[in-house]
Design a protein around this ligand. Sequence first.
Ligand code: SAH
Length: 365
Amino acid sequence: MASRLSLLVSCPRGCGQILKKELRRLKCVTLETTTSSVLVEGDQETIAQINLWSRVANRVGVVVVDQEMTDYDALFDAVRAVDRSQYVGQDRGVTVYAHSRSSTLQSDRTTQSIVHKAVIQSLVGGDGHRNIDDGKIRQTVSVSILQNRVQVVVDASGDALYQRGYRLDTGDAPIKENVAAAILLSLGWSWRQPLLDPTCGSGTFLIEAAMMAINRAPGLDRLFQCEKWPCRSVDMTAKRNDAKEKLFAGKEYIFKGSDRDMKMIAYAKANAERAGVADVISWETKPLADWSSRDGMVVSNPPYGLRLDQDDVAVVHEDLIYLLEKEGVRGGFITSHDVGKMDLTKWKYEKWRNGGEEVILRKRK
Ligand code: SAH
């Protein structure tokens, strides 16, 4: 494999700048940033670093084709020319995803089947009729076409990176792990600050915060697609051992989570245990209105959505805004509930997405 690779790191829409900052902290060379991705130059070490340490990314992959194209023959030839045997062993199946916007090559189904055929030909030679789709271990290849720029990306993560492995117990509407981490970074939270989530549900915000505070690599307890590549060159066991040595110990934290639902607190505790941060967070069954926190930061993902009683939802939002308006409290909350009637002059807002839904991050200035 060529030593310098072009890597596409994707993230939840709206988090591109936060991801870029994070990747720079991880010593990556960033080239281009959009609202939902960052293009990075690197090598297999860089892939390992991002897989193991990025808290904001959805996934990372190798860009094997990146050029303007307007006909399917050119697409076929470009993909056919890639030496896929580096990424796909003979026993593997390949799944192709395609998405096109504002481009001449507009049929996702045609793109998908052309790329699939080209991948198989580049792998086994000949007419491309050999069926390698029966392999149990699959390699994902995604094709995105935007204004005729075609990017073909070989996935290096496997399961999305927000699937850290700790969150087995959840309620109806958990926030994605990487969205929670990105919100904390966007609020400017630092591990020295006390943190309260008064509607903590399964505990995602606090667990992500605690993992940042003790410097626990988010990918420590899972495997990545690149570990299955024939061309793999990074010793991930050594990387994981190295990450374990970087854990901070002996610091004092004030991380508190509460929820009015006792069952959610039990879930949060079990998740924190699995994430290795149980001893730095305290949990309590308690309604939001009972809090009168005066220092540190408050972060919340209150209940919202049409299935719920809207009067109830309005009261929770009022209580939350009241808590955050108190002197000395910083922070914010993410919601799609319309809080327009309340006085929000001391607040900023940003449009985000969580689980495919438009939401607003409201931040106390
Ligand atoms: N971020 C959480 C999900 C929060 S869902 C996660 O990732 O799992 C909203 C939570 O608010 C639910 O768990 C619900 O029980 C809790 N809740 C609703 N009204 C509340 C109130 N008045 N006081 C405290 N918690 C409340």
